[in-house]
Design a binder for this molecule. Structure first.
Ligand code: THU
Length: 133
């Protein structure tokens, strides 16, 4: 699958999103882009709030774009800062990515492409809810 992923295209899409970011408090724009299993590219940028804790990470917008655009599974993901440097998704957003991409989601990291099960080891997910107790 990795061979079919155009990482450059994803990176450009993510960087473009940083220009749309609303980050008047942190001054740290973030852009995210993901490839969906039907070939779509979904995107998001961070949207901050005067109530700091209400801030939406770029990944929140990306997941909303994914679902509102018809759903599907994420197969590749990258997020970048305003300089285009690859950054890691925060802990909460790793959980969002796990839900919609699962363990095989290919994540661009500063250390290279890694699968989601390395980015979020021993994740809690839908299988835990289904398991009989
Ligand atoms: N941020 C993201 O958008 N995604 C992440 O995974 C890490 C952090 C944003 C939230 C906030 O607007 C800014 O980066 C500084 O934390």
């Amino acid at each position: 699958m990795d061979a079919q992923i155009d990482w450059q295209e994803l990176h450009v899409a993510a960087l473009r999103m940083t220009r749309l970011s609303y980050a008047p408090y942190s001054h740290y724009p973030v852009g995210a882009a993901g490839l969906v299993d039907d070939g779509r590219i979904v995107c998001g940028c961070n949207v901050e709030n005067a109530g700091y804790g209400v801030t939406l990470c770029a990944e929140c917008g990306l997941i909303s774009d994914l679902v509102a655009g018809g759903g599907g599974r994420l197969v590749a993901f990258c997020c970048v800062d305003a300089k285009g440097a690859t950054i890691m998704p925060c802990g909460r957003c790793r959980q969002l990515l796990w839900e919609h991409g699962g363990p095989e989601l290919a994540v661009s990291t500063p250390a290279g492409v890694q699968s989601m099960d390395l980015v979020l080891p021993q994740a809690f997910g839908v299988d835990d809810l289904r398991r009989d107790r």
